[in-house]
Design a protein around this ligand. Structure first.
Ligand code: 13P
Length: 262
């Protein structure tokens, strides 16, 4: 079943892309003109232009691309449009594709090493490890194919001798997941200084994955999650907050708020 594209305006998505890119650089997750970002639209995607520094990027610079690779805009799309297009086309669970050359993920990727289950948080990428793809030249269809293989049943992978890809349903979640994966990569690089750390077993990781699912771990609190907590009894402060939250429109994601100057 194809995913329903969220009812967000083109302008809000463009602003969200610019804000998320700037946030990636601000928090040190990316640098220079490396990295790129896309968001699903009906029958295609909005994607960052190639080689344009994020501080100069404006919403009007974002390129609109159809799934057949044709595009509209005043710039050429990111050189990595193939993997953005192919991921969004083949993964109905995904709205956002984030690519960065973050330092520690890239450090592991140049050794062609993924991130094993040395820490339970590898499950934030959907499985018991975060794979590293085989190397392929940037901007090629071959890289897209290697990336899709490494992303099977996962929401993140390292790209051999290159960087990191993270998938999510929202900009906010993509940034969150990218920060978590980069932090895991950093911890793994540090742990390797003492020796290869022992790994959690399949059973232990299955328990973590189930716990994440059960607690909706990593999701901003929503009414379902609030209703699952002991404090949500009628009349409690959180229940009143939840009831109030229902009446108000959902707040814009921080990234989108920033881009809109709010
Ligand atoms: P673009 O500027 O073309 O998006 O390239 C940056 C990059 O990271 C290539 O992998």
């Amino acid at each position: 079943m194809p995913r329903t594209v969220p009812k967000t305006t083109d302008a809000a998505l463009r602003a969200g892309i610019v804000a998320t890119c700037r946030e990636m650089n601000r928090i040190g997750l990316n640098q220079g003109t490396s990295g790129n970002l896309s968001h699903r639209i009906p029958d295609g995607l909005l994607i960052t232009p190639t080689s344009l520094p994020y501080e100069r990027m404006r919403p009007a610079d974002i390129v609109a691309m159809a799934f057949d690779g044709t595009y509209k805009g005043r710039h050429r799309p990111s050189s990595e449009w193939r993997f953005h297009r192919d991921i969004l086309k083949s993964r109905p669970d995904v709205n956002v594709v984030l690519h960065t050359h973050s330092t520690y993920s890239t450090t592991l990727s140049v050794h062609e090493r993924g991130i094993p289950a040395f820490h339970y948080m590898v499950a934030v990428a959907g499985g018991t490890d975060i794979r590293c793809s085989a190397y392929a030249c940037f901007g090629t269809q071959e890289l897209s194919e290697r990336a899709l293989e490494a992303l099977a049943d996962r929401t993140a992978c390292l790209l051999g001798h290159h960087g990191l890809i993270v998938l999510a349903d929202t900009f906010e979640k993509a940034l969150w997941r990218a920060v978590e994966v980069e932090t895991l990569a950093k911890m793994y690089v540090h742990a390797l200084a003492i020796g290869e750390p022992p790994r959690l077993g399949e059973g232990e990781m299955a328990q973590v994955i189930e716990q994440i699912r059960r607690m909706s771990y990593g999701q901003a609190p929503d009414l379902d999650a609030v209703a699952d907590t002991p404090q949500s009894r009628a009349g409690s402060a959180s229940a009143k907050r939840a009831a109030g939250a229902k009446a108000r429109p959902a707040p814009a994601a921080p990234a989108a708020r920033k881009a809109a100057g709010r």
